[in-house]
Design a protein around this ligand. Structure first.
Ligand code: ZN
Length: 297
């Protein structure tokens, strides 16, 4: 298994900023310490270039991100200030999902220790998301001739609205999102399959809903590759989650996704997506258990 990271491109954030940036370095350190993979399989990926990003974004948006020409309003919607590091980190994170997809096609599974930035639209960023790494990566693998069809399994607690919008008219990439009905984004987009959950949904109904969604998504999409967004934010003690899923429930979620993909003979590229637990080590635990379970595949 190959694992890719981009946390070393540190974002300059104002003091007191709510984005939990520390989780990425903590996760990488924990993955390295646990020796889940050989050290040479834990690496920084190539940056996604403008042409690759333009597979899912408008040329104009990519150029304005790259050159710092976003408006104040656009930057506010993204949620962190523009900086050259922000551009580089976003390019590397998209590159990491592409690399995870390529690794998955070769070895069955690949991991991006960041990514899952599913609120980024064709011509706009939002909610801590600059580029939509899943849409970019699925299209990049198609452009390389490595796959024809893909499924995006988005288990972050927030709807993958950017992915749904970018890929709405694309019959070759199926979008499945399981998320809180009453949570951000408050104006939802239409995925190929959406499952909406009530506030405080606990493990069992969560897992039942996920399983029926997986069955339907895999049957309808007939994919060559799965991109799995393993958000840590359905966790009961997440500040932005609103659900009531436990760590054990989230491990069960990962096993369910992996076993359905395995049974369908599908390579899996995993990204981390959100996670804003009151105690940061809980978020790191949840992401770590996803990576550890993937290493056992
Ligand atoms: Zn989220």
């Amino acid at each position: 298994m190959n694992i890719f990271y981009s946390d070393t491109f540190v974002l300059p954030l104002p003091p007191g900023h709510r984005f939990p940036m520390a989780k990425y370095a903590l996760l990488r350190e924990r993955v390295a310490a646990a020796k889940l993979v050989d050290p040479n399989r834990l690496s920084i990926p190539a940056a996604a270039d403008d042409a690759t990003l333009a597979l899912a974004h408008s040329r104009d948006y990519v150029e304005r991100v790259a050159t710092g020409a976003l408006t104040t309003q656009e930057i506010r919607r993204i949620g962190f200030p523009w900086s050259p590091q922000m551009v580089e980190r976003s390019r590397r994170s998209a590159g990491a999902t592409i690399a995870a997809c390529t690794a998955a096609l070769e070895a069955g599974v690949g991991v991006n220790l960041a990514g899952g930035t599913h609120h980024a639209f064709h011509d706009a960023g939002a909610g801590y998301c600059v580029f939509n790494d899943s849409a970019v990566a699925a299209r990049a693998l198609q452009a390389m001739g490595r796959i024809k069809r893909a499924v995006i399994i988005d288990a972050d607690v927030h709807q993958g609205d950017g992915s749904a919008a970018i890929l709405q008219a694309d019959d070759t990439i199926f979008t499945f999102s399981i998320h809180g009905a009453r949570n951000f984004p408050f104006r939802k987009q239409q995925s190929d399959l959406d499952i909406e959950l009530l506030d405080e949904t606990p493990d069992d109904p969560y897992l039942d809903a996920l399983e029926s969604g997986l069955r339907e998504a895999l049957e309808q999409s007939r994919p060559d590759l799965a991109l799995y967004l393993a958000g840590a934010d359905p966790y009961y003690d997440d500040r932005l989650g609103r659900l009531a899923v436990t760590k054990g429930g989230l491990a069960e979620r990962d096993r369910l996704v992996f076993s359905y993909c395995r049974r369908a003979g599908l390579p899996i590229a995993i990204s981390m997506a959100g996670g804003y637990a009151r105690t940061i080590s809980d978020t790191v635990d949840i992401h770590f258990q996803t990576v550890a379970l993937a290493a056992d595949l």
